[in-house]
Design a protein around this ligand. Structure first.
Ligand code: HEC
Length: 187
C-alpha cells in the first residue's frame, strides 16, 4: 500500500501541473476569477484611448486601454487566426497624465487606474455567448484593484462585444498587433 501511494503521488502532481500550464488564469468552480498577474509581460496588442475630455468628462473606461493577450493564446492565434478555449485578454486602464509634452500637444500616459479582463472558457461559461465572460478588478472608491472578480451578466458586457467586435467577441479592428500576427490572413 505504501509503495502504491509513493508511486501515484508524483504522477498526480505532474498531471495537475500540466493542466495548470494550459490555463493562464485562475478561476474557481463558481466562476470567481483571481486578479491576473504579470500580464505586462504578455503580448501587448494595442491601446485604444477614450479620454474623459472627449466623453463629457466621464468615459465608461477611462482613458488609455493597454490590451494584452496571454502568450499561449497568442501562439495559437498566429497559427489559426482564432482564439483558443482558455484565452485571456486584459485591458489595463491608464489615466491621461498630461496633454502637452516637448514633442507637442497630445495625450500622455499618467497612472494605472483600473483592470478589466475577458476569458473564453466553455467549461466555466457554457451559457455565455461565445463562452466569453467579462470581469472588472477596478475599484474607483478605494483606488486599489480588487483581488477577485465575478463575471458580469451577459447584457452588461458580452452583448456589445458580440454585436460590434470584429473577431469572436474581440475588437481586433483596434489591435494592429493581432492583425499583423494572424498567419491565416490573406490565405
Ligand atoms: C458599448 C460597447 C461595450 C460594452 C458594453 C463593453 N465593452 Fe469592452 N470593449 C468595447 C470596445 C469598443 C473595445 C475595444 C476598444 C476599447 O478598448 O475602447 C472593448 C475592449 C474590451 C476588452 C479588451 C479585449 C477585447 O475583447 O477587445 C476587455 C477586457 C473589455 N472590453 C472588457 C469589458 C467589460 C468587463 C465590460 C462590462 C463591464 C465591457 N467590456 C463592456 C466595447 C464595449
Amino acid at each position: 500500500m505504501m509503495t502504491m501511494t509513493r508511486l501515484f503521488f508524483p504522477l498526480l502532481l505532474a498531471s495537475s501541473t500540466l493542466v495548470q500550464a494550459e490555463m493562464t488564469f485562475e478561476i474557481s468552480d463558481d466562476g470567481t476569477l483571481k486578479q491576473p498577474q504579470n500580464y505586462r509581460e504578455w503580448i501587448y496588442v494595442g491601446t485604444p484611448v477614450t479620454p474623459n475630455d472627449m466623453n463629457d468628462g466621464k468615459a465608461p473606461f477611462p482613458e488609455f486601454h493597454a490590451v494584452y493577450i496571454d502568450p499561449k493564446s497568442f501562439d495559437h492565434w498566429k497559427k489559426t487566426g482564432a482564439f483558443r478555449d482558455g484565452t485571456i485578454l486584459v485591458k489595463e486602464l491608464v489615466s491621461v497624465g498630461s496633454k502637452q509634452a516637448v514633442s507637442g500637444k497630445g495625450y500622455f500616459m499618467g497612472d494605472f487606474i483600473g483592470l478589466e479582463a475577458t476569458i473564453k472558457s466553455a467549461k466555466h461559461f457554457p451559457n455565455e455567448p461565445g463562452n466569453w465572460a467579462y470581469f472588472s478588478f477596478t475599484d474607483p472608491q478605494h483606488g486599489m484593484l480588487k483581488s477577485t472578480a465575478k463575471a458580469f451578466p451577459t447584457e452588461a458586457c458580452n452583448a456589445c462585444h458580440q454585436a460590434s467586435a470584429k473577431t469572436d467577441w474581440v475588437f481586433t479592428q483596434y489591435y494592429p498587433v493581432l492583425r499583423a500576427a494572424d498567419g491565416t490572413a490573406g490565405r
